[in-house]
Design a protein around this ligand. Structure first.
Ligand code: ATP
Length: 817
């Protein structure tokens, strides 16, 4: 039976004309025509079927647009209140051509039941991935005992594609550590091997194919959902995909993941569940076949947890390998997982099907009481509440006792024996439960077990007849189930790849494997994990990354109205206050000391207002950066330059406004040259202070940084030449004045005001000692100072600090790993 709707062109906008939207596959025109006509027919049939089955309420949108020649079938969109099945893949991973949108009635059960699915078919195609790890041991240096602390002790296991795996265990068992190692985030101080599709893992390739979604959903606060998604799409889909295609990808993911209504909501206003879904959506953009989740349900209510795990399960059914650490799931949540990896004291105490856990424990003498949540029970056992069970369980695992529970067909045996824990099996009869388990387990076996064969194009118009479909809503599941008759016209499943169009032929007439083939066909890429090019590069060039991140930073600064407006107003208001205090002192020789104080305060204010906010720049965005960088969105260089350059224009404008307000109110000499020099030196001073703030923020956490910022500035102020004359500073300390950037700022400002042979100032007193400005500069030991030397010194310090800050950030990133 044909299940895919191929060559679907976008609808609302009148269709996608651009050729780059078309698949890279070299299909013949006739094949395309057949495919289009079939798509149109099936789309109509599917819409009709859904209408007949009374699904109008659960479906917010079923659109079928048939153009005159019947070649344009718009997206067939189904929105259930709960989750859709999410199939993986699309066409043309390398050239990122858009694959057609597919209404995928896949995910069948042995009795012919299939789940109605909406496929994420505009995504780049990816190969399926199985992760196997052998004898992984991990230690950290224990500073107290001056030795090593072993956190993972020779653990092994296998996580398959198409399955959702839970890593569980008592607190401190090593769950996060294991996941970090598998995700490639921890690479040092470990032994053992990680195999990807039975081959030694190439970390770089693997990292490009996987993503890690952290416990706290770190998102850029001042972007809307759509903007955040577009940034992800622009960074991860590369320049080979045109902008409109990226928009289509983003819209498709948002709709599928249930965030369509929130596209214009700022991420900071999203609910916990929505934040989690957005985190997933952001990573789905490049369709990674492996997704790691660190405690995805933490902080969510039970209903949202259930929806989320159902979503992850659907992602797994699309052929992905989903691995989650989870603390203590409810029985309902627990049974949503296929595979369980249980850790205790850094050792594996069970690996196998979730359904096999109770019989396994029972076989070792740990009887899970009826109506007791097996997830709770096993954690109680692993925590030692029933005696020291860990050595016994570890021995059992080592002796291969849980091997039979690991097999994906284990559940069949289990169903035959009618062996269930009461909580897990629910309230239905034994037969119902057995069927439910069968359905759950066999929705989608791993891809390795499926067959794909090339097929011939179907040209018989009879085959264009839409199949007769019936639907029913699964009680157990949140997805609608599509029952397909076994005598369907066509058991094959059309799919396209860069190699051409193929049909996945099921083993039996309309049997489940045909559907399975369909799911496979949406996933398989012509590339394999092993043969993926080992390019060092990110999906986009360094320049593009920089540009995208710069625009994002600009937008977030502008949207952060509170801080940005406050910075502007504080500069204007403080400038006005200083102007009022030192009103009209600039040209009065008798008030020259007050004016020097005013100039010094200008330097001081620009220093602190520039430094303090930037101390927070890296600490507040570090978690976003770590997530995005380690998920291979962009390089450290691009992030660093974008982040450090984004704030510079604001700093320049704010400082200039402040300086000009003070300059005017205090009646400093109104000569263009002096005004420009004064503004320039103050702005340079503020940029240096900003760089120092970035450096402190790059190396320290917020608390330390906020303390260290002012503390490190005090000596530079002391050695600025205002409080202590340079000549009176002891010789062995004079070198400090050369590294004091405030000195260069203050000295340069003084020279701009009083240097360059300024004429005598007015004197309203009987006698003005410093009527000749040069005399005052001599008194301050600044008569030999050159403005351009001060300016160049500030520029030098600026670059030095920025370079050091980059390497500190790099080192910090290295330390995280
Ligand atoms: N860098 C480190 N230095 C010292 N001990 C560490 C380090 N990293 C992890 N550990 C220890 O290793 C053990 C396992 O940590 P891990 O975070 O993997 O546990 P977990 O099972 O995820 O715990 P939880 O469920 O509480 O998050 C803990 O005892 C932790 O204190």
């Amino acid at each position: 039976m044909e299940l895919t709707l191929t060559r679907c062109v976008s609808a609302e906008s009148g269709g996608i004309q651009n050729s780059s939207f078309e698949t890279a596959a070299s299909q013949s025109q006739s094949q395309e025509d057949v495919s289009r006509r079939r798509s149109a027919a099936y789309a109509a049939a599917y819409a009709e079927m859904l209408r007949d089955a009374g699904h109008q309420r659960s479906m917010s949108l079923v659109q079928t647009k048939l153009t005159k020649n019947g070649c344009c079938v718009s997206a067939l969109k189904k929105r259930t209140k709960s989750q859709n099945n999410l199939c993986n893949g699309g066409l043309g991973s390398n050239n990122h051509a858009l694959a057609p949108k597919v209404a995928n009635n896949s995910g069948g059960s042995p009795n012919g039941q299939k789940k109605g699915t909406i496929a994420l078919t505009h995504l780049p195609q990816r190969p399926p991935v199985d992760i196997e790890f052998c004898d992984i041991s991990y230690s950290v240096t224990d500073s107290h005992r001056r030795g090593f602390k072993t956190i993972l002790k020779s653990v092994s296991g296998k996580f398959r594609n198409g399955e959702i795996t839970a890593i569980m265990g008592p607190s401190g068992a090593g769950k996060s550590t294991l996941m970090n190692i598998l995700a490639g985030y921890k690479t040092s101080q470990l032994s053992g091997s990680v195999l990807i599709n039975s081959k030694e893992r190439n970390l770089r390739r693997f990292r490009k194919l996987s993503c890690y979604i952290m416990q706290d959903d770190v998102l850029i606060a001042n972007l809307t959902v759509r903007e955040a998604m577009m940034v992800a799409a622009n960074l991860k889909l590369g320049k080979n995909m045109i902008s409109y295609a990226k928009v289509v990808v983003v819209e498709e993911i948002l709709e599928t993941i249930g965030l369509k209504e929130s596209v214009n909501t700022l991420t900071c206003n999203l609910s916990g569940g929505q934040r989690k879904r957005l985190s997933i959506a952001l990573e789905l953009v490049n369709n990674p076949p492996v997704m790691f989740f660190d405690e995805p349900t933490s902080g969510l209510d039970s209903s949202t947890c259930f929806q989320l795990i159902s979503l992850l399960r659907s992602l797994a059914r699309g052929g992905r390998t989903i691995v989650c650490t989870i603390h203590q799931p409810s029985a309902r949540l627990f049974e949503k997982f296929d595979h369980l990896y249980l850790l205790a004291q850094g050792q594996c105490v069970y690996e196998g099907r979730v359904k096999g856990l109770v019989p396994y424990l029972s076989s070792l003498g740990y009887e899970c009481p009826s109506y007791h949540n097996p997830a709770d029970y096993v954690l109680e056992v692993a925590s030692g509440e029933y005696g020291d069970a860990v050595p016994k369980l570890v021995d059992a695992v080592k002796s291969g006792a849980c091997k039979k529970y690991s097999h994906k067909d284990y559940v069949l045996t289990l169903a035959q024996k009618g062996c269930h824990n009461d909580i897990v099996k629910g309230s239905g009869s034994g037969a119902e439960n057995a069927m439910a388990i069968l359905t759950l387990e066999d929705e989608k076996p791993p891809l390795e077990d499926r067959q794909l064969e090339p097929s011939l194009p179907v040209e018989d118009p009879a085959e264009l007849k839409p199949p007769k479909l019936e639907t029913q809503q699964s009680q157990n599941s949140d997805c609608s189930v599509v029952i397909m008759p076994t005598n369907a016209v066509d058991d094959s499943c059309s799919f396209s790849s860069s190699k051409g169009t193929h049909n996945a032929v099921g083993s039996g007439s309309g049997g489940p494997s045909a559907v399975v083939g369909c799911m496979t066909s949406l996933l398989d890429s012509h590339e394999s994990v092993v043969t993926l090019p080992n390019k060092t590069g990110f999906p986009t060039s360094g320049w593009t990354q920089f540009w995208i991140l710069l625009k994002r930073s600009f937008r977030t600064i502008l949207r952060d109205k509170m801080l940005t407006h406050m910075r502007l107003f504080s500069h204007v208001i403080v400038g006005a206050i200083i102007g009022m205090i030192y009103y009209d002192v600039g040209n009065e020789a008798s008030k020259i000391m007050s004016n020097a104080g005013c100039i010094f305060f200008v330097s001081l204010f620009t220093t602190f207002t520039a430094m303090m906010p930037t101390i927070l720049t890296f600490p507040t965005e570090m978690s976003v950066f770590v997530r995005e960088h380690l998920n291979y969105w962009y390089s450290l260089k691009a992030f660093y330059f974008a982040k450090t350059i984004a704030d510079m224009p604001f700093q320049i404008v704010f400082s200039s406004v402040y300086v000009l307000v003070v300059y005017y109110l205090t009646s400093q000499p109104m000569e263009l040259e002096r005004v420009s020099m004064f503004v320039l030196i103050c702005v340079l001073n503020s940029l240096v202070a900003q760089s120092l703030g970035l450096l402190i923020g790059a190396g320290m956490n917020i608390e330390t940084g906020v303390f260290l910022g002012p503390v490190t500035t005090i000596p530079t102020i002391l050695f600025s030449g205002f409080f202590v004359n340079f000549d009176t500073i002891p010789g062995y300390l004079q070198w400090v004045t050369y590294v004091s950037y405030v000195r260069y700022g203050f000295e340069g400002a003084m020279v701009a005001i009083y240097g360059m042979d300024r004429a005598k100032m007015q004197c309203n007193q009987m006698y003005c000692h410093y009527r000749v400005p040069k005399k005052f500069l001599e008194e301050m030991s600044m008569d030999n100072a050159l403005f351009w030397v001060d300016a160049v010194a500030l520029i030098g310090i600026f670059f030095a600090l920025r370079i050091i800050a980059y390497f500190v950030l790099r080192w910090k990133l290295h330390m995280i790993r």
